[in-house]
Design a protein around this ligand. Sequence first.
Ligand SMILES: Nc1ncnc2c1ncn2[C@@H]1O[C@H](COP(=O)(O)OP(=O)(O)OP(=O)(O)O)[C@@H](O)[C@H]1O
Ligand SMILES: [Mg+2]
Length: 261
Amino acid sequence: MLVVALCNQKGGVGKTTTAVNLARAAHLRGISTLIGDLDPQANTTSTLLGQALDTSAESVADVLSARSDATPSDVIVKTGWQHVQVLPSGGDALADVGTELVAMGPGREHRLREALSPLVGAYELVLLDCPPALDLLTINALTAAQEAVIVTTAALWSSDGIARLLATLDAVQKYSNASLHPAGVIVNGLERTRRQRHWHEELLANSPVAVWGPPVPKLTWIAEAAEAGVGLDEWNTPAASNLLAVYDQYLSNILEGTSHR
Ligand SMILES: Nc1ncnc2c1ncn2[C@@H]1O[C@H](COP(=O)(O)OP(=O)(O)OP(=O)(O)O)[C@@H](O)[C@H]1O
Ligand SMILES: [Mg+2]
């Protein structure tokens, strides 16, 4: 079971869009996949379930909380995609658990890792959609993961943000998960402007971690498809098929990268 965290402490860069499209690419390959939604905004959960999780339903918040005995198997739900299941976010409850974790003390970074360990064998791939913060929810995802994929836009401060994130990855590697590896950087939402080209080139030249190509352009239909939980293969345009091939390539990078280590 390969666990991959999609992360960036910056909001709105495309973590959720990337998670959904990678899950679709994995589904199309018949890879049994679990998406873990670690964001109190619960966008992945709503997208893949077609609606927000029922407020009375148990969620990843219960799995992480010391106040509940819930295991992932109790809360995982099926999606309309046969090979993809969701460990759903509990919205406000997950935000509360983020606070609970702060007070929890030793072992608090390992709660997700421990909760996922009985699932080894049940899924080939676990994609963890992180919240836009370097908080204990993200640290739990990074402690559970073997691979971290950084999703970013090409903008002023993007390199600084990546440097900060990499420092956090180093700390997690040192203190809570020696097998964590920064897999690569996905550039999302690239516009055809001189400024964006400049910041993209700057990322390519200076990123200490491989920047995977090609970048994902900024196009309205990409948001529409991902937000509606419609696979790019179901979007029925040549451009969407081409973009699906890009996500499929990213998926290969993730899977093949790990086979070399
Ligand atoms: N390539 C793209 N082209 C156009 N719109 C995009 C693209 N990628 C993402 N978006 C849109 O931008 C917004 C932010 O994307 P997304 O939710 O994937 O980012 P995020 O990093 O998960 O955000 P958050 O940090 O808030 O969880 C969404 O409305 C999404 O539909
Ligand atoms: Mg998100």
